[in-house]
Design a binder for this molecule. Structure first.
Ligand code: AMP
Ligand code: MN
Ligand code: MN
Ligand code: MN
Length: 295
């Protein structure tokens, strides 16, 4: 854990947090709002501690931080890192309270981003075979930075082209693992992601653990590996968790001694099940991850 910083316990500032939202996206990756607009919306919704966590990219943090400062909203640097784990399972690890200038983190994220463009070409070719034409060019119309073209951008184009009524339907039919437009990809390893995060002085959090379609045994194996690599937190509250999943992941947090995060995973109005700052409160006995942020 080179470069890891000493964390103050229970800073007075952070004890007063009542509406943290520690996972969301902007147009820097696959969100629909610019970084500053995300911050304004969060503030309008009553968020008092916000992390922007674009996929594999920290380019939105400066804008977000400066708008947050104007509004008096407390802001935390974040990023959501794509990881390949086990037998072709993509897992997302959210990095919180990182130093975005840390060279190993910057180089690592650049490595993870590379290859998205080639994957997108392949996705376009596979979709073409099942009658969805022009998807690669179409997806590129929705992306700010072509190096970050994602399945979300394909999904938006496929809806626009009239093949499906919404983005969720596109994933169910074409883009989820096992569907015709899914192209496997090698992201970072779990160990790389954690070493970058810890090197940058941050905290590592398992994003939306309910989304991975892992058996209980596999999920447990993931959490054991994550903990053994020094991983600290888990999203107990996530925009993609049912009430049962919230209880389930609260139990895992207790068992593994993980810090608990509150994380809408907001991507944009109309596309996300839960808006910024609209999640319920964490179970009272869990330790919120923000208590370990550098005060
Ligand atoms: P990628 O990194 O290109 O594989 O794209 C992953 C992104 O697709 C995630 O970050 C989500 O924003 C989005 N996504 C994945 N699965 C679904 C789904 N079932 N419904 C809607 N969006 C999804
Ligand atoms: Mn996304
Ligand atoms: Mn994710
Ligand atoms: Mn996300």
């Amino acid at each position: 854990m080179t470069g890891a910083r000493i964390r103050c316990e229970g800073s007075a500032n952070l004890d007063s947090v009542t509406n943290a939202d520690l996972h969301c996206h902007s147009t820097i990756s696959d969100g629909l709002l610019a970084p500053g607009e995300v911050v304004r919306r969060a503030h309008g919704n009553g968020v008092d501690l916000l992390a922007l966590t674009d996929h594999d990219e920290i380019g939105g943090l400066d804008e977000a931080r400066s708008v947050a400062a104007e509004l008096g909203l407390r802001f935390i640097n974040g990023v959501e890192i794509s990881v390949s784990w086990g037998d072709d399972t993509t897992v997302h690890i959210v990095a919180l309270d990182i130093d975005p200038r840390h060279p190993a983190l910057i180089a690592g994220l650049a490595q993870v981003r590379s290859g998205r463009d080639q994957r997108a070409v392949q996705m376009g070719a596979e979709l073409d075979k099942v009658g969805i034409h022009g998807a690669h060019q179409g997806a590129l119309r929705y992306v700010g930075n072509p190096a970050l073209v994602s399945r979300s951008h394909f999904a938006r184009y496929i809806v626009e082209a009239g093949h499906a009524k919404d983005v969720k339907t596109v994933f169910d039919h074409w883009l989820a693992k096992g569907k015709p437009g899914y192209v496997a990809h090698s992201w970072a390893t779990l160990s790389q992601a954690l070493s970058w995060i810890h090197g940058a002085g941050g905290l590592a959090v398992v994003a939306h653990p309910g989304r991975y379609r892992l058996s209980n045994k596999e999920l447990r194996r993931l959490l054991v590996q994550f903990r053994d690599l020094g991983g600290q937190g888990i999203e107990v509250l996530s925009g993609s968790h049912s009430d049962e999943e919230v209880s389930e992941f609260a139990r895992y947090a207790r068992e593994f001694g993980f810090l608990a995060s509150r994380a809408s995973d907001f991507h944009g109005p109309g596309e996300s099940r839960i808006d910024l700052g609209k999640l319920p409160q964490l179970p009272a006995d869990l330790t919120p991850v923000w208590q370990k942020f550098r005060g």
